[in-house]
Design a protein around this ligand. Structure first.
Ligand SMILES: Nc1ncnc2c1ncn2[C@@H]1O[C@H](COP(=O)(O)OP(=O)(O)O)[C@@H](O)[C@H]1O
Ligand SMILES: Cc1cn([C@H]2C[C@H](O)[C@@H](COP(=O)(O)OP(=O)(O)O)O2)c(=O)[nH]c1=O
Length: 226
């Protein structure tokens, strides 16, 4: 069957969003287990993706890829990073997300375009960030796992691992404000639900599952494949 004649997309795209340390990675795995146990076909994935541009982004976030210059090396320009996230999203949609949706799977993605609006929008005009992400597929449901800056910082510290570009508490405070603006903007086109991420892990999962079950009980919203 040619791509143009593929049947209507029957899967659902659910995106988890939040500050670094909010617990989105934990919740994606827990939701996937719960949904699989109920018999749903589930694909878990994330952005930055595991594709070539995603790998490059992760190297840039930990200072392994830098911009060399006459006065020493510096982090990649914010604009460059924003374009890389948008490019990674294109590849991710094509390689993983759209095929899974067409196969009728529930796709659980750790982050998507709302992250670009919040993180890159914290230092660049949000309209420009939105414009370079015009190709992004709107999620059927976005679960915004809200946590206080302090809780997120404690969880990041407990998790360990290398310090990343956006980890500083002051940056997280700006990103948190920017998430609010991004939700106002994106919330007009997407169903964004806030989840209290300060709760214990099990309670966060339970709240997420209420929303996910509501979505899965409804008919798919989209008709066209591309
Ligand atoms: N609700 C929660 N309560 C307490 N600890 C949590 C909670 N959610 C996640 N954690 C822990 O916090 C750390 C960061 O969680 P993680 O899921 O990696 O966050 P994110 O992917 O949003 O950065 C991990 O060590 C995880 O076990
Ligand atoms: C998807 C995306 C992520 N990011 C940032 C958020 C994270 O700081 C970083 C890597 O994402 P991630 O690995 O999900 O970080 P964490 O598990 O700590 O939440 O990339 C953006 O700045 N823009 C984007 O579009």
């Amino acid at each position: 069957m040619s791509p143009a004649r593929k049947p209507a997309r029957s899967g659902r795209l659910i995106v988890l969003e939040g500050l670094d340390g909010a617990g989105t990675t934990t919740q994606v795995e827990r939701l996937a287990s719960a949904l699989r146990a109920e018999g749903h076909p589930v694909l878990t994935t994330r952005e930055p993706s595991d594709g070539p541009v995603g790998v490059l982004i992760r190297q840039a976030l930990t200072g392994r890829v830098v911009l060399p210059g006459s006065s020493g090396s510096q982090p990649l320009a914010q604009e460059t990073l924003a374009l890389l996230y948008a490019a990674d999203r294109t590849d991710h949609l094509r390689a993983k997300v759209l095929p899974a949706l067409e196969a009728g799977q529930v796709v659980l993605s750790d982050r998507s375009v709302l992250s670009s609006l919040a993180y890159q929008g914290a230092s660049l005009p949000m309209e420009w960030v939105e414009s370079i992400n015009a190709h992004a597929v709107p999620a059927d449901l976005t679960l915004f796992v809200g946590v206080s800056i302090e809780v997120a910082a404690r969880r990041r510290a407990a998790r360990g691992g290398p310090e990343e570009l956006f980890d500083a508490v002051e940056k997280q405070r700006r990103i948190s404000k920017q998430y609010e603006a991004a939700i106002r903007l994106r919330g007009k086109r997407e169903h964004v639900v806030r989840i209290d991420g300060d709760q214990p892990v099990e309670a966060v999962t339970a709240d997420c599952l209420v929303q996910v079950r509501k979505l899965l009980g409804r008919k798919p919203r989209r008709a066209a494949v591309r």
